[in-house]
Design a protein around this ligand. Structure first.
Ligand SMILES: Nc1ncnc2c1ncn2[C@@H]1O[C@H](COP(=O)(O)OP(=O)(O)O)[C@@H](O)[C@H]1O
Ligand SMILES: [Mg+2]
Length: 511
């Protein structure tokens, strides 16, 4: 079968790290080629090389058998290569149509002519059932829709080689299904796709072949049909991975968090309302709030952590009423928080890794004395966390957070929050976007936390995570708790029924 793309012996270095070390990847016409590797393995870098964002130090790129130099995205476009980036590159206050034509605007007598473009966008939207309004503002449409705009951008430019960098990480299960269907339709029309994902299930569903990178090096290229999920994860991580845990009975201690009659009436600002939420969280327990995205889980977490204050009801933390307390007070009195949006609330991207690791604890006596910062202690502490949590980056504790891969940014947040003084850990989608090796590690850490008597409030959309590491599941649907389930005696199907609102029960607290 003919290769549309050959990337041969590509080497790309960054300060302190060889992101791609003699990597070869061949893409056949009409295939979906998965690119798999741990966080920081070099996948995005390799694709950025193909898309002309980085120039490799060594190696060749062939398009349809002929060697080419791709110096910038315009060159890539010329060779029919398009890319949907891990973090979208859309202009928020432009419309869908304006974003699509950006850079390839057509003019009539010196004036911008959008009519033709509009028709083409509408036609593409209909052909792929995108259901997109060309005049909607990017800021007002969902992440799933924004991704479709990125896809339309590629199709509008008649790109034949489509790169998807972790497209499913930001999608709901329903949107993932739809994207898979779109990808199948695209290859049926003769396009070729490189698909980056951490979800082996998705690779099994749509990909023909899979190339695996580990620490910048090419490990293998396999036929997906002949390779099991276990084999692929072992190739990727370099060891066997086991995501099933034997939890055993929790050793429950005293109640550390009490939520009573928590209610949010005001809708506005895109917030879901909350209707009379009641529960207790105890020491030594992993309590999971399960549910489909957007059913009030975020608002519940915002209320408990103090990010949102416009609620009724009562929140008691370690016997203190924190209903009206600010964020710092809640943190000092026991709350640690792994937030769902790692860029917005998790990290300061222009700070170093070290600064990010002590951001919530620099004022502790361990790190300062009478206002003087103990730099050596901080450096040691940062190095210990980096080692312990296997946070990979080019320049260790001095690396800017911005230059780290998404998964390693997440590990940095997890390390900071788990290691600082607290007894209630609120972990919101702690493994989103992580590779299986990192997921295993974080699950182990959460369970170690539990064994040491910490309390964990886990918010997760991932059924296997919800069922795999929690002692008790409260299901949220439309702002209410509708199920109180024992993971040991609950199937994924049953959980799904509660999550979709098809089944409900009364959730009560026993005082
Ligand atoms: N712009 C950059 N500057 C410095 N280092 C970078 C940059 N981009 C990526 N890296 C480093 O290169 C390695 C590979 O990163 P990346 O390609 O993003 O991995 P992946 O996409 O597989 O998670 C990582 O160690 C990352 O920290
Ligand atoms: Mg990446």
């Amino acid at each position: 079968m003919e290769n549309v793309i050959e990337m041969l012996h590509i080497t790309k270095r960054f300060p302190g790290v060889i992101a791609n070390d003699d990597v070869t990847l061949e893409l056949r016409k009409g295939e979906i080629h998965a690119l798999l590797g741990e966080n920081g393995a070099g996948k995005s870098t390799l694709m950025s090389v193909l898309f002309g964002l980085y120039e490799p130090e060594e190696g060749q790129i062939l398009v349809n058998g002929a060697e080419v130099k791709i110096k910038n995205p315009n060159d890539a476009n010329k060779y029919g290569i398009g890319m949907v980036h891990q973090h979208f590159k859309l202009v928020n206050n432009f419309t869908v149509l304006q974003n699509v034509v950006l850079g390839v605007e057509t003019t009539k007598r010196g004036l911008l002519s959008l009519e033709e473009a509009r028709n083409k966008v509408i036609e593409l939207s209909e052909r792929y059932k995108f259901n997109i309004d060309p005049d909607a503002l990017i800021a007002n449409i969902s992440v799933g829709m924004q991704q479709r705009v990125e896809i339309i951008k590629m199709l509008y430019r008649d790109n034949e080689i489509l790169i998807f960098d972790e497209p499913t990480a930001v999608l709901t299960p329903q949107e993932i299904e739809e994207l898979m269907a779109i990808m199948r339709q695209l290859i049926a029309e003769g396009k070729s796709i490189i698909f980056i994902t951490h979800k082996l299930k998705e690779i099994k569903m749509v990909a023909d072949r899979c190339t695996i990178l580990r620490k910048g090096k090419h490990v293998a290229t396999v036929d997906v049909a002949d390779t099991s999920v276990e084999e692929m994860s072992e190739l990727m991580v370099g060891r066997k991975v086991d995501l099933t845990f034997d939890l055993g009975k929790p050793k429950l201690g005293k109640t550390v968090l009490k939520v009573r009659n928590l209610t949010i009436r005001k809708e506005g600002h895109g917030h879901q309302t909350l209707d009379d939420i009641n529960f207790d969280l105890r020491e030594g327990e992993v309590l999971c709030i399960g549910g489909i995205e957007g059913n009030g889980q975020s608002e519940l977490v915002y209320a408990i952590t103090g990010l949102l204050r416009d609620y009724q009801g009562q929140i008691i933390l370690n016997d203190k009423d924190i209903t009206n307390s600010n964020i710092r007070f809640r943190n000092i009195n026991g709350i640690a928080h792994i937030p769902e949006d790692r860029h917005k609330y998790g990290l300061v991207l222009d700070y170093t890794l070290e600064q990010n690791l002590i951001m919530q604890s620099y004022f502790e006596p361990e790190f300062q004395r009478r206002g003087l910062i103990k730099f050596a202690q901080i450096a040691d502490y940062a190095d210990r966390l980096i080692e312990q949590y296997d946070i990979r980056s080019g320049q260790g504790r001095n690396t800017l957070a911005r230059s780290m891969s998404g998964g390693n940014q997440q590990k940095a947040i997890v390390a900071r929050e788990m290691e600082r003084r607290h007894n209630v850990l609120i972990a919101v989608q702690p493994t989103r976007g992580l590779d299986v090796g990192a997921i295993e590690y974080i699950h182990q850490q959460i369970l170690k936390h539990r064994a040491e008597g910490f309390a964990v409030l886990l918010v997760s959309l991932e059924l296997s995570e919800v069922l795999g590491i929690s002692d008790r599941i409260l299901v949220m649907y439309n702002g209410r708790l509708v199920g109180d389930l024992d993971p040991q005696n609950t199937t994924e199907q049953e959980l799904g029924l509660y999550m979709s609102g098809a089944k409900t029960e009364k959730v009560t607290v026993h005082e």
